[in-house]
Design a protein around this ligand. Structure first.
Ligand code: GDP
Ligand code: MG
Length: 748
């Protein structure tokens, strides 16, 4: 005897399967696809039925590998009984699949699962009434608690001994057409004629392909049928008929308990936060507010009331009040400069080891450490947004807006994790069952600005604010938004070219909003903090020593006056020309940015550490510029600022530098993670991914630099060119030029 477990994803199939089969379970792959195939034996029954756990599906249409596998299994292998597992907390959606299974000529038993939850909620489900409506046995179970399972199996064994003819809930104007079509299948001796008939009328691709003669015979009748507002869209018409029937039956089957207050409150909040039009602007506004609290130097917008020079506090701000993030940053800076003085002050000046400690270790490591408070503040907010249930809504909003472009809400969940760190984010793509989508999602992972890139944005935002009066939080915000925008464009590009494939449907339960748990949040932050300090003390400290040596010594290991003559300086000069078109490869300081870009491949914090080292080396001139400038971070800002002040590297070039570092190859750990995940699938994607990241970074940085430069020269000209470029891209998409480029990419 063979029993197939069929049901929606998350209906508890695997839980039931494990309860039934225990140690007999065997996991493999379905032939031809990398979807789990689990089989096992139910030993308690004398018949020893074999249980097959089908992939979770919402319908039997042929849109995903899961659906195809399940459908083919049911039609070809003809199990003796289908156990249709139904999540009782979500009857309407689950019964949609049931109405399709009913059309097969196979005995079915409905297992009403999660009834422990419905009982607790006080919902009443009239099982006898449901049996009558469906015409099959219905058994209440809880797979998790193990209740009702033996009863379920008894009924299933009994059902398997009998036979059952398919029945459809579809009726009305469709009855005659359905009966006539089914009759044609019966004449051909095809099993489950009713199921085939419905599929044929739906104009289901594989069905029409397999039975072209019947399709041809039925076409005129089908064309003549009245589908009302669906205007010949039989698939939509039939889906609608199913749901209408389910809704009608449920009225007498289900008596829901009064909704509890928390749920309705969540619904009310959702009406605003997931609004069709305002959902995305609200998300962007929330992010901007978070960046404001973290990076603003005019937290309460009081700057306008204070005159120039009215007060000046190193910690709380000058002529305006700093945001909590900046105040903590200033405190940290005081602390590191005090510590730096204590450690490095006693070393004799001009010696190599004083250089190593002061410029190398302290300059690099402290530059990174100084940003820790701001990172923690940012993560505090991200953690609160996550725990409150808001991030799940963001996935939902993104899915609604961008699924047409190939970015589904399901893929968005691991990508949100990438805001923290790409490594767990890339690993979390395992939750995506569709391999194409999974591969695409890994390609997008680096574009979601991770925590290690934050010090880069913070350092430049600080320097821009100080030297150019550019709003700090907007600088940071622009990087995050640029990353998301490029990810959306990439999803569209990849879906239509290199990694073609459908975007599977995304259906998720939105959890009720709840207040974040203080303990959870604290634990989360503590782990971040520990992680950050450990990284600074190990990888980054190690890297800074090496970078210091490579940038201070020449090939005969002598200290150099000018870093440009060092090993790294000489090597990087070979590569600077590559970055000249991006604006930051030229001039006296260009090579420093090139070095930072390369060293950043190790870990993105190292970009800032490298800038810190350079600032430390140039410190002597900087000391004359600003007083009290012994602090490595301060020096670094001056380093960047001095560069900004000079003619050779401009603000647009700096934005291009940031954009390049945002989008190009992430750190080695993330590359290794991507390699591991690509390995588990088919195809050799790592090389292509790396090329894709570098190419994207280069093209975007190029656009940022040139558009930015134009914009600075004349804003309307910049805007004009930007619009023209956008139009060109839209046209390229319209005429499928991307596809042609991909063709070249594939051949090579
Ligand atoms: P599948 O996707 O259909 O294989 O579903 P799973 O077996 O993975 O179950 C999804 C989730 O529902 C898991 O967190 C289970 O612990 C939970 N679950 C499964 N059955 C029950 C049940 O009877 N009661 C409750 N409360 N939870 C259940
Ligand atoms: Mg499962």
């Amino acid at each position: 005897m063979k029993f197939a477990l069929a049901g929606n994803p998350n209906s508890g199939k695997t839980t039931l399967f494990n309860a039934l089969t225990g140690s007999t379970a065997h996991v493999g792959n379905w032939p031809g696809v990398t979807i789990d195939k689990r089989t096992g034996v139910y030993r308690k029954a004398a018949e020893r039925p074999e249980i097959i756990d089908l992939p979770g599906i919402y319908s039997l249409s042929p849109y995903s590998p899961e659906e195809i596998v399940s459908r083919n299994f049911l039609l070809d292998e003809k199990p003796d009984c289908i156990i249709n597992i139904i999540d009782a907390t979500n009857l309407e959606r689950n019964l949609y699949l049931t109405t399709q299974l009913l059309e097969l000529d196979i005995p079915i038993v409905a297992a009403l699962n999660m009834t422990d939850v419905t009982d607790k909620n006080g919902d009443r489900i009239d099982v006898a009434q449901l049996e009558k409506a469906l015409g099959i046995p219905v058994v209440k179970i809880s797979a998790l608690k193990g209740s009702g399972i033996d009863g379920l199996m008894e009924r299933s064994v009994k059902a398997a001994r009998s036979s059952r003819a398919g029945a459809s809930v579809l009726g009305g104007s469709l009855s005659a057409l359905l009966e006539e079509t089914a009759e044609l299948y019966r004449r051909e001796k095809v099993g489950s004629p009713l199921f085939h008939a419905v599929k044929l009328i739906e104009n289901d691709g594989p069905e029409v392909g397999k039975y072209p003669k019947i399709a041809e015979r039925i076409r005129p009748k089908r064309d003549a049928a009245d589908t009302g507002i669906f205007e010949g869209d039989f698939e939509g018409y039939i889906a609608d008929a199913r749901y209408k029937r389910i809704a009608a039956e449920l009225q007498s089957v289900l008596k829901k308990a009064e909704k509890n207050a928390a749920l309705t409150r969540s619904d009310k909040i959702d009406r605003v936060l997931t609004h069709k039009i305002w959902g995305i602007p609200i998300f962007l506004a929330i992010m901007l507010a978070v960046f404001h609290i973290t990076f603003s130097e005019d937290f309460l917008f009081l700057g306008v009331f204070f005159g120039e020079g009215s007060f000046d506090s190193a910690i709380f701000g000058a002529d305006a009040i700093n945001s909590p993030g900046v105040i903590l940053f200033n405190l940290m800076e005081l602390f590191t400069s005090w510590l730096g003085g204590l450690i490095g002050g006693g070393l004799p000046e001009g010696t190599w080891y004083a250089g190593l400690v002061n410029d190398g270790l302290l300059g690099g490591v402290f530059a990174v450490l100084s940003f820790m408070p701001q990172i923690l503040v940012l993560f505090l907010f991200l953690s609160v947004l996550e725990d409150s249930g808001y991030m799940a809504r963001v996935a939902f909003i993104m899915d609604r807006a961008f699924r047409r472009f190939g970015l589904s809400g399901k893929a968005f969940m691991p990508l949100i994790m990438c805001f923290g760190c790409g490594v767990p984010g890339i690993m979390a793509t395992r939750t995506l069952e569709n391999e194409k989508e999974r591969t695409r999602t890994i390609f997008l992972a680096p574009f979601f600005s991770c925590g290690a890139k934050l010090p880069i944005w913070a350092a430049f935002a600080g320097a821009f604010a100080y030297y150019k009066g550019i709003n700090a939080e907007l600088t940071v915000f622009s990087m995050y938004v640029l990353g998301i925008a490029i990810a959306i464009i990439s999803a569209f590009f990849l879906k239509n070219t290199v990694i073609k494939g459908e975007t599977p449907p995304f259906i998720m339960e939105l959890p009720a909003y709840r207040l974040p748990q203080l303990k959870n949040t604290a634990l989360h932050l503590w782990q971040k903090l520990k992680n950050y300090v450990v990284r600074a003390g190990t990888i980054i400290a190690g890297a800074t020593v090496v970078i210091w040596a490579l940038t201070s010594l020449d090939f005969s290991f002598r200290l150099v006056e000018d870093g440009g003559d060092s090993m790294m300086g000489l090597i990087s000069r070979f590569f600077t020309w590559i970055f000249v078109p991006l604006g930051f490869g030229m001039g006296e300081n260009g090579w420093k940015f090139v070095v930072a870009t390369f060293t950043g491949l190790l870990a993105k914090e190292v970009v800032v550490a490298t800038m810190g080292i350079f600032a430390g080396m140039d410190g002597d001139e900087a000391l004359e510029l600003e007083d009290g400038a012994g602090n490595p971070l301060w020096l670094m800002l001056i380093g960047v600022g001095g560069v900004l002040g000079g003619l050779d590297v401009s603000v647009p070039a700096m934005f291009a530098f940031m954009a390049f570092n945002l989008l190009s190859v992430p750190c080695m750990a993330a590359v290794a993670a991507a390699r591991g995940e690509f390995k588990s699938g088919k195809g050799h994607w790592l090389g292509k991914a790396i090329i894709y990241w570098i190419a994207t970074a280069y093209i975007v940085a190029l656009a940022v630099f040139w558009l930015g430069t134009l914009f600075v020269a004349s804003w309307w000209l910049g805007l004009l060119v930007f619009l023209a470029l956008t139009a060109a891209i839209v046209l390229a998409v319209r005429f499928r030029i991307f596809g042609k480029i991909a063709g070249i990419f594939k051949r090579s």
